[in-house]
Design a binder for this molecule. Structure first.
Ligand SMILES: Nc1nc2c(c(=O)[nH]1)N[C@H]1C(S)=C(S)[C@@H](COP(=O)(O)OP(=O)(O)OC[C@H]3O[C@@H](n4cnc5c(=O)[nH]c(N)nc54)[C@H](O)[C@@H]3O)O[C@H]1N2
Ligand SMILES: Nc1nc2c(c(=O)[nH]1)N[C@H]1C(S)=C(S)[C@@H](COP(=O)(O)OP(=O)(O)OC[C@H]3O[C@@H](n4cnc5c(=O)[nH]c(N)nc54)[C@H](O)[C@@H]3O)O[C@H]1N2
Ligand code: SF4
Ligand SMILES: [Mo]
Length: 743
């Protein structure tokens, strides 16, 4: 009786989100061929779907922030006797207003899944033998002594550290300090270089600093929203709710595929792969030709206008039409829509960043915003939609692409300030960034990096050109993998495994794409002996004898937060004026306010934004007679990256249990392939076997697409190890392949 009342109270409180949850589940079930008229029954009783049955009525609800993507939805997780049993959107959170996507809705099911790492493991007998359980004391002693021995023999920089965008900001801040000042290596980077690095570099090129200027609210107020290489319907689903709030808003999507987002658009631009720069310069050409620019803004706030005008003259609609495959009428139409809009928003994600020309493509996007003054005001922004829950926190507080607080390695004053706050000698701070992720891997192949510490990333599935990565592992002496799950494909190469607590088990903050700092809270205890990353970092500092000098008196992530506030004070990414409590109560707070650069003053020496002349070059590996198709790789809504998490959620896994290859009917006919054939995708580097063929008009002739989520059919066996010279980001979106029936 009592139980029933609790259930009713919960149901009433979550009214709207529950009906949303039901409709999502119902459609998921229908998709699986399950009778949805009985769906209520099915997911009340069926353990695979695990919702709503009486034994799962929560006794406590914890406010937190979703740990998957960078949208940063606020959520409530229900626990019963300390175990997570339900999740719903936080109706008071300004980002999602009570809604969650399928991953958020099922996130609590992942935390207690059987695949969690629970004990430290060591390959005592060396490579080729089994990983065996050991104690934490032994694990940490081994880690510091083996790395210490390598650093003594080969120098401090023989250690490479590769982290992630999925820790707490407080953990990133602690890790950066530990790596640079404790282990004393400069060779520290993260999977963010596989992801956001081009956006960071592009913002720096144009504006002098990283930092996305706009806000999600711009998606509601803009006249025109142009999404380039961003499939938000799959990858940032809750952002879709922000569109179409304004009558007459026009949504334009540039993507070589007819993605779910392209299907939502008023105008889909099926650009030829990597012709985006031509498209952007072509739009600039028409804006200049037809006087659709904001001359007053340019005169007051931009640099390089005359040279840019001269440069853009060559990008005539005819020339751009030939490069992009779009008609001249379409180009004129898009440029006029953009130029005449009272506010225009450009959002982009990996279709732009994952390129050897990623950073400069971002600069070409910024050019359009500068030319039309669509920056620093409501509805107008060049906006990098980030990827992971806390890629932003890593960019701001860590040591990977900048000193903490967006300080520059090269800037003596910046180094002096930081050394002053930390009370360390200025010489202990590096004057240039160390090796970026792909360069750490290359240095390992060459035998220059001898030890790797991999934290919360799974490179065996996510790094391009797996064959080269394998060589890197083979040439190292010692590899540590610190992860919340076991086994992961990367652990096959580990000498030492450290089991980590994950989302739901730790407290701190994440910063989302719109610079919103949101509170993350614990509702469960880590399984077995798993420890929080923060506690692992402190324990290592202790063993290095650096706890007192670097983290004096610290015991919780809140101590790290307080110091990070002081380090960020007065910087563009200033966290100093918010307390954890305020952040939690207000549903987060945006550093820098709702929009950056309202005054048109940019953090460059002369305060002006720079217009870049960006040539459009063909992508690196063009198809030829032997490898005749262009392979594009990416994501689907049900899965998160390498599936350590979503593979553990039965409902999500059942929806997309294996990899597939999308191919246009014209190519399938030419190759005599049929729907659902098992195919092999071959490139110059290797091949992936046994991929399900899906023949569909979603991809254009000459192109194929494959998700990169599946270790079993690993797309990164065939992808290309080519990197942007500025950002070092991989060119994941185009390489030349051949497709044949699997024999
Ligand atoms: N469900 C789910 N959501 C996620 C993630 C996930 O794994 N699963 N990961 C998160 C992370 S870390 C990230 S970085 C984001 C990524 O989010 P997105 O960038 O949206 O994801 P992708 O599918 O990698 O690529 C986006 C699109 O780029 C297009 N593209 C390829 N080549 C070109 C080109 O030459 N020009 C243009 N204009 N477009 C091109 C592809 O066709 C694809 O549709 O998603 C985040 N959200
Ligand atoms: N072909 C191709 N490859 C790609 C991409 C593509 O589009 N195409 N996209 C690239 C992009 S944008 C990205 S961001 C990368 C992502 O690639 P990865 O970073 O390799 O992917 P994840 O599966 O998110 O890996 C995170 C790991 O951290 C663990 N983990 C989660 N939370 C915690 C925690 O709190 N602590 C610890 N210690 N571990 C934790 C998870 O179990 C998982 O093993 O992939 C890149 N690779
Ligand atoms: S949109 Fe992103 S942040 Fe929101 S629930 Fe889905 S995965 Fe989580
Ligand atoms: Mo990413």
């Amino acid at each position: 009786m009592k139980k029933r009342r609790v259930q009713y109270a919960n149901a009433a409180a979550s009214d709207r989100s529950a009906s949303r949850k039901e409709s999502l589940l119902t459609s998921a079930l229908r998709w699986l061929g399950i009778d949805t008229s009985r769906a209520q029954y099915a997911y009340g009783r069926d353990p695979r779907f695990g919702f709503i049955s009486e034994s799962r009525v929560a006794d406590t609800w914890t406010r937190t922030t979703c740990g998957y993507c960078s949208v940063g939805c606020g959520m409530l997780v229900g626990t019963k006797d300390g175990h997570p049993v339900a999740a719903r959107g936080n109706p008071d959170h300004p980002v999602n207003r009570g809604k969650l996507c399928p991953k958020g809705l099922s996130e609590h099911l992942m935390v207690e899944s059987p695949g969690r790492a629970t004990t430290p493991l060591y390959r005592r007998g060396g490579r080729g033998t089994q990983l065996e359980p050991i104690s934490w004391d032994e694990a940490l002693d081994l880690m510091t002594s083996r790395i210490g021995s390598i650093q003594q023999r080969f120098g401090n920089n023989a250690l490479g550290v590769i982290s992630t965008g999925q820790l707490l900001t407080e953990e990133f801040y602690t890790l950066g300090k530990l790596v640079q000042l404790g282990f004393g290596t400069r060779n520290y980077d993260g999977n963010t270089t596989l992801c956001m690095a081009s956006a960071v570099s592009g913002y720096k090129l144009s504006f002098g600093s990283d930092g996305p200027p706009g806000a999600y609210a711009d998606l509601e107020t803009a006249d025109v929203v142009l999404l380039i290489g961003a499939n938000i319907a799959d990858n940032h689903p809750i952002l879709c709710n922000r569109l179409r709030k304004r009558p007459g808003q026009v949504l334009i999507v540039a993507d070589p595929r007819v993605t779910k987002t392209a299907m939502m658009a008023d105008l889909h631009l099926p650009v030829k792969p990597r012709s985006d720069i031509a498209l952007l310069n072509g739009i600039a050409h028409i804006l200049l030709r037809d006087g659709l620019i904001d001359r007053a803004y340019i005169d007051a706030h931009a640099e390089g206008f005359e040279a840019f005008v001269e440069f853009a003259a060559d990008f005539t609609p005819e020339a751009v039409s030939a490069t992009t495959g779009l008609s001249t009428e379409t180009l004129e139409h898009v440029a006029h829509l953009y130029g005449r809009a009272s506010s225009a928003f450009i959002g982009w994600t990996m279709g732009v960043n994952h390129s050897t020309q990623g950073a400069v493509t971002v600069a070409a996007i910024n050019n359009l915003a500068i030319l039309t003054g669509n920056i620093g005001r409501t509805g107008g922004a060049p906006f990098s939609i980030t990827g992971q829950c806390n890629a932003m926190g890593s960019r701001e507080s860590s040591f990977t692409s900048a000193l903490p607080g967006y300080r520059r390695f090269e800037n003596a004053q910046d180094r002096r300030d930081l050394a002053g706050i930390w009370n360390v000698s200025e010489d202990s701070l590096p004057t240039a960034r160390g090796l970026a992720y792909p360069d750490i891997i290359e240095a390992a192949v060459k035998g220059q990096i001898k030890a790797l510490w991999i934290i919360a990333t799974n490179p065996v599935v996510s790094f391009p050109n797996l064959k080269l990565l394998e060589q890197a592992f083979e040439s190292t002496e010692f590899v540590v993998v610190q992860d919340g799950f076991y086994p992961t494909p990367t652990m096959d190469y580990a000498d030492l495994v450290l089991p980590a607590a994950i989302w739901g088990e730790k407290e701190g903050t994440y910063t989302n794409s719109e610079r919103r700092i949101s509170k993350v809270n614990a509702f469960a205890v880590p399984p077995g002996e798993a420890r929080r990353d923060f506690d692992i970092f402190l324990a290592l500092a202790e063993r290095l004898g650096a706890k007192g000098s670097l983290f004096l008196g610290w015991s919780s992530t809140h101590d790290a937060w307080l110091e990070w506030q002081r380090v960020s004070a007065g910087r563009l990414c200033d966290y100093s004026s918010f307390t954890w409590q305020q952040i939690e109560e207000q549903g987060g707070a945006q550093w820098g306010g709702d929009r950056l650069y309202r005054d048109g003053i940019f953090p460059r020496e002369n305060g002006r934004a720079l217009l870049h002349r960006v040539p459009c070059l063909p992508f690196v590996e063009q198809p030829d007679h032997e490898f005749d198709l262009i392979l594009n790789t990416g994501r689907t809504v049900e899965h998160w990256h390498t599936r350590t998490k979503t593979g553990a959620v039965a409902m999500l896994d059942a929806m997309q249990p294996n990899a597939w290859l999308e191919m246009n009917p014209a190519d399938a006919e030419r190759l005599s392939l049929s729907q659902h054939d098992r195919v092999t995708v071959c490139s110059r580097r290797s091949s992936v076997r046994n991929v399900e063929l899906r023949i569909t008009g979603i991809v254009a002739p000459g192109q194929v697409f494959m998700p990169f989520h599946f270790a079993e059919q690993n797309s990164n066996l065939v992808t290309l190890g080519a990197f942007d010279p500025i950002s070092r980001e991989p060119n994941y979106k185009q390489c030349a392949v051949r497709v044949e029936r699997t024999r």
